[in-house]
Structures are given as C-alpha cells and as structure tokens.
Design a protein around this ligand. Structure first.
Ligand code: IVH
Length: 665
C-alpha cells in the first residue's frame, strides 16, 4: 500500500498519454498549463521519493536536472544489501548457520542499522576523493561535492597508519531535529513535506547545489571498510582505527560472543533507540574476522557473514471517533483523524494525519472504524489500514467537508489539485490570524508577536489584517489581558522597527502562496518595486528564472484581489519598504544584457545560486534548459552528459567560471 508510488505511476501514465496525444497524434487534450502542473507534481514527488526514480519517467524528457547532472560511477566493490530477519528464531538460524559454516570460535559485531541513505567514500593518501551513492548497487551517482559539506565526514584523515587507498561505507542521515525544522519550513511555504528523515537525506544528497546540502546539516555513521591493505583482520578493530582517523563510528558498536549477548543487545536498543538523535530501523550482525567473512562468502544476493534484524514498526488498533479539518493561512484545508487515545511508541496518540480527500477515499474510512495506526519513520502517526470486518452497517462513510469548519464558506478545489481551499481569505479567522503570524515571523518582518498575541489582538478586534498592526499603540495593547506596559512598549517598538525591513523580505511577509524567501528575493531583483510586481502578467513573471506557471498564477491571483491591494496601499502609508534598496540596485549592471545563460554542474569559486544572482544582477537571463536561443552554457564540474551533447550539437559556446568572472570585471 504505497499511495505515493501509485500517484507517481498514475501521473507517469497520464503524462505519457498526453505526450503521445501531443507529439504523435498532434491532438492535445489538455492545456499546456494543466500539463505543466501535473509534470511539476510528478517531478516534486520524484525528488522527494528518489527510490522511485525511473530514467524513463516523463520528467526525464524535459532536460530536468533530476539525477542527470551527477556523473555515474561504477563501484569498485558492488554495494550489497543484507538479508533481513524479523524474529528471534530467524536470528538463531543465522547464528547456527555461521557456527556450522565456520566450525571454529567466532565473534559477532552488533551494530545499529541506521535508516538513512548509504554512501561509499574513497580515500587516497588520506584525502577524500570520491563519494558515491548506492544507486543500483553496481553504479551510483558521484555526489562528492555534496558530501564534502557534511561536517562529520573527514576530508583529510588524522594519523598516518591508514592504507594509501581504501573505501569506507556508511549511512548519511538527517537528524530528527533538522528533519522537523525542515518540514516546518516546508509547511510554512506550503511545500510537500518529506515523509521521513531517510527520504529527506537522500533528497538532499541529490540536490544540485551543495550550499543547500550544507544548510541541511546532514550527519553520518560509517560501518564498513573495504580495501587491499586494511589495518587488521577484525572488522571491529578496523572500525576503531577508522574512529582514530576521524570517522564517526557509532558508540553502540559491540563485539559479542554468544547468542544471549546478541539478544541482550537487541532488547536494549529496541527501547533505547528512541532516545537517539537519528532514525534506526534495526540491528546489523556481522562476523568480526575478515578471514572468516571470506570463508563464509556470499549467496547470490547477500553476504553469508552478516544479517539485519528489523525492529517492528509499532502499530496499534483504535477507534476513529471523528474527522476534523484544519485551515491554514492560505486557506488550505487538511483533514485530521480524531482517535480514541491509544499508547504507541511510548506516547499517547489521539490524532493522525489523513493528508487529503484521496487518502480518505483510499482507506474507505467510516466513523467508528477500527483503524491501525503506525508510527514508522514518520513523526505524525498515520492510519495504515482499516479492519473492515469490525464495521457496523450503520457506520457513516467519511465525506470530505463541503464547508469551511471555521467560517462555513463552501470549499473549493482546483482541477487537478488534491487540496481543498476555503476561498474566504478576507474574514476566515485562521487565515487572517495565520497571515498576521506569518507577517511577524523572524524571516519576514521580525515583529515580536507570536500566535497567542495575534489571537488576542484579533479577538479584541484590533488587528484584522497585517496593516492594522501599525495602528496599534502601547496604551491600547497594555490594556489587554495579562499585558504590562513594558511588554506592550516592546511590541510597539518592534512593529515600528519593521518599517526598515528590506523590500524582498516584505514581499515574503505578504504571504503570497508559493512565494517563499528565495522566490521573493528573485522577484524583488527583477520587479524592483511593488508597483512593477503588481503590474506584471504571468508571461512577465515566468521570464524570471525558476518562476514557473504555478507561482506566476498565484502572484497574479493575489494582486487581483482588491483587499490585497488595499493592504499594500495601507502598508505603504505606514512607510513599509516597497522598493529594492539603493545598495542592491546600484550593484546592477547591463554587462550581460541580452544574454541567455544556462548553468550546469558544480563550481568552486561560487555556488550555482551565486552565479545565478550575478547573471540576474548584470542584466543577463538564467535559463534551465539549452535551446537555440542560449547564448552561453556556464559549465562546472560534472556537467550532465545530455546537456553537453545538446550544447555541442547546437554549437553553443561553453564557458567556465573564470570566463564569466572575467566578463563581469
Ligand atoms: S553493512 C555487505 N551496517 O542497510 C554489508 N549496513 O540492507 C553492507 N545499513 O545498504 C551493509 N546500518 O544502507 C551495514 N551498521 C550497518 C548499517 C547498514 C544501515 C543499511 C545500508 C545497507 C542496508 C542493508
């Protein structure tokens, strides 16, 4: 039961049909806009779920960068996976097989099975030379530039007793804390969330821009050394050496001699793992002696000298009592299951995410259903299935709400979208409050006003839109429940200070759907005042690098709503910055005027984003795909072979970073 996979497959099939209708039959049955929207949905899903990557996906036709820009590398030693066991009996069988196979004393190394994405690192003369993903086990992606940003991976080794060349393998992980923060940010931007830290880690590792990778704070644990001249014949002892050279080796790694010791280890970590900062999904057992490992050898798929034991994903059965609906700041309505409280993984679960209408229909959910809830790698528990045998014929089928639970306005759903919206953006309370809260956040206007204060101001009828904040005075605020003069003065001061927040942050603060921080910056540089942005058509907007139809339509729609224009006008009267600052405009030149530049690969002197910004600032245009109109391709390391081929076939000049910097001198 994998809804994401089903959705990906359905989209691929549908898009293939539309491609056929368009390119073969020349009779398209949907608009380009609809097509692009579906393609974007598919591309987003593929980026977030790299395990479903398929070179034949329709996304791969459009010169997208997904997976393409990484050089493919053949592993010197194939990257195998492990046989899985789930019960004590299966584990005992493994132990006895090893015992029989060796007919000698042996040690077993017990390790945690880290739930991230695997990586193979090559070190030559103590320096990291290559980092390759598992890929299909034979070939993987060269993600060296990205891996270099991970602080726990040493770029040069300590000591001197390391082999001149060796590989070390392990897991790249996104700690829970980083994962939670990232998803929170994505939620604020209404971007699709990562389902678990594993997907987030592998999605991050496939990013084109190492700067983004660096910002995501990935971590690593190494657990397997390979090479010709390893320091000792013991796997455990080699890992301890690796620790001395600077690698992160788990402190949970233990040498055991008996089955009982192994079982104790498993029982201990089955509980204790919940306190770890990263996700684990089992235990790995390995025969310690490398000689004995060689003697045992491999089956057609797995080593005979190692096995994994998977922890049970914790499940519980409970009753679905009701479904409620949450309304976000942009009006998006999310269904939530209210459950009869049940203990799961040490916490009491009362609610579970239902994602959207499709998921409710997929489960064929009825009120009073006995539902299975699971807390796998996900943070929010989810309902995985329903025990329909327990269903009473009078139980009501769950129908998605028709009206907004907060303001009763009929909900709407755009064609092809999974999400329902409440269109009453003017007076639907959570939308109004959500917009004010977002406006005040640190990265927006940085006003010291959290959700409780917003709620209070809203209830007291003092703030009905973001501009109302600027009408407040400390005397009024101090009369609110539990407010004192000092805190009221602080609030007013931070509101006043916000008038100097630069234009690009103001744009972000307006809370236009899909306009996050980065998009706001890009918009501000092209449309240097709010008037220019308001006047822009979708056509004008999509000329801006990385602004597609979805964002462009959303901006046009935002400013077509009268109340939004009124808010801008009021804010302008209060002195809010609606023009790009002199400092930034003065850096702008015409040096690249009329040039369309495609950036490909990774760079040393500046990041891709920095080069994009330089091109923007100097009057050039960034483009994502090479066409006859392209003036130059700015090529770094690992430029995708398809792009290179295309540039050559069109006779486009390829320049390096030094050439560009020279042009800008
Ligand atoms: S050893 C030939 N040790 O689990 C042995 N793998 O199904 C290769 N993993 O692809 C792997 N923690 O991504 C090993 N302590 C650990 C591990 C571990 C996590 C992952 C790894 C591998 C998969 C095996």
């Amino acid at each position: 039961m994998d809804l994401i996979k089903q959705r990906i497959e359905a989209l691929r099939e549908e898009l293939n049909k539309h491609n056929y209708d368009y390119y073969v039959l020349s009779t398209p049955t949907i608009s380009d806009f609809e097509f692009d929207k579906k393609l974007k949905e598919l591309s987003d899903l593929e980026i977030q779920n790299p395990e479903y990557f398929d070179p034949n996906s329709p996304t791969q036709r459009v010169g997208s960068d997904i997976n393409k820009s990484f050089k493919q590398v053949t592993h010197k030693y194939p990257m195998l996976s492990l046989g899985n066991t789930y019960t004590q009996e299966e584990l005992t069988d493994f132990y006895n097989r090893v015992k029989k196979g060796l007919n000698d004393d042996f040690e077993i190394v017990c390790e945690l099975k880290y739930d991230g994405t695997s990586i193979s690192l090559t070190y030559v003369n103590g320096r990291l030379t290559q980092a390759v993903t598992r890929g299909d086990g034979v070939q993987g992606d060269d993600v060296t530039a990205n891996v270099r940003t991970i602080r726990s991976i040493p770029l040069t080794l300590s000591g001197s007793d390391y082999p001149s060349e060796f590989e070390i393998r392990g897991e790249i992980l996104m700690p829970w804390s980083v994962f939670d923060r990232l998803n929170k940010e994505r939620e604020e931007q209404e971007e699709a969330l990562f389902a678990n830290p594993r997907n987030a880690a592998s999605g991050t590792l496939k990013q084109q821009d190492p700067k983004i990778v660096a910002s995501r704070k990935l971590d690593s644990y190494l657990y397997y050394m390979l090479g010709e001249n390893l320091p000792t014949d013991g796997h455990y002892e080699n890992l301890m050496k690796a620790k001395e050279w600077g690698f992160k080796i788990s402190d949970a790694t233990r040498k055991c001699r008996t089955l009982d010791e192994i079982l104790d280890y498993i029982n201990y970590w089955n509980i204790e793992r919940k306190n770890l900062p990263v996700a684990t999904d089992g235990i790995v057992l390995k025969v310690n002696s490398l000689t004995q490992q060689r003697n045992l050898g491999y089956t057609s798929k797995f080593p005979r000298w190692a096995i994994s034991f998977k922890f049970q994903a914790e499940q519980a059965v409970t009753t679905l009592e009701s479904v409620s609906y949450q309304v976000g700041r942009t009006g998006a309505v999310t269904p939530v299951a209210n459950l009869k409280p049940v203990k799961l993984s040490g916490t009491t679960v009362k609610r579970a995410s239902l994602y959207n209408e499709e998921y409710i229909n997929f489960l064929d959910l009825h009120i009073n259903d006995q539902v299975y809830v699971e807390k796998g790698g996900e943070i929010i528990p989810k309902i995985t299935s329903v025990d329909t045998s327990k269903r009473n014929i009078f139980d009501q089928k769950v129908e998605f709400a028709k009206n907004c639970p907060e303001c009763n306005t009929p909900l709407i759903k755009d064609e092809g979208e999974a999400i329902y919206y409440c269109p009453n953006n003017i007076s639907c309370p959570p939308q109004v409050k959500g917009r004010v809260e977002h406006f005040c956040t640190r990265k927006a206007m940085n006003i010291a006003c959290g959700s409780e204060t917003v709620d209070l101001l809203y209830k007291a009828d003092l703030v009905k839109d973001v501009a109302d904040l600027y009408t407040l005075d400390w005397q009024t605020v101090s009369r609110l429940e539990r407010w004192a003069e000092k805190s009221a003065k602080n609030l007013i001061e931070s509101i006043h200070n916000s008038v100097s927040v630069p234009y690009e942050r103001v744009l972000y603060a307006l809370g236009i759907r899909y306009v996050g921080e980065t998009v706001a910056k890009k918009l501000a540089r092209t449309f240097t005042s709010i008037n220019k942005l308001i006047a822009a058509s979708t056509d004008d907007l999509i000329q801006v690098d990385e602004i597609g139809d979805r964002i462009a339509q959303s901006i046009v729609k935002h400013f077509s709503i009268e109340s939004n224009i009124e808010v801008v006008n009021k804010l302008r009267e209060f002195g809010i910055q609606f023009e790009l600052s002199e400092a930034i405009t003065s850096q702008q030149t015409d040096k690249l005027k009329g040039l369309i530049i495609v950036i490909s690969g990774t760079f040393e002197k500046h990041s891709r984003d920095e080069y994009k910004a330089m091109i923007d600032q100097n009057g050039g245009k960034n483009s994502g795909s090479i066409s006859a109109k392209t003036s130059y391709v700015l090529a770094g390391d690992n430029m995708g072979p398809a792009k290179l081929e295309k540039a050559k076939s069109l006779g486009i000049t390829i320049i390096g970073e030094d050439d560009l910097l020279e042009m800008l001198k």
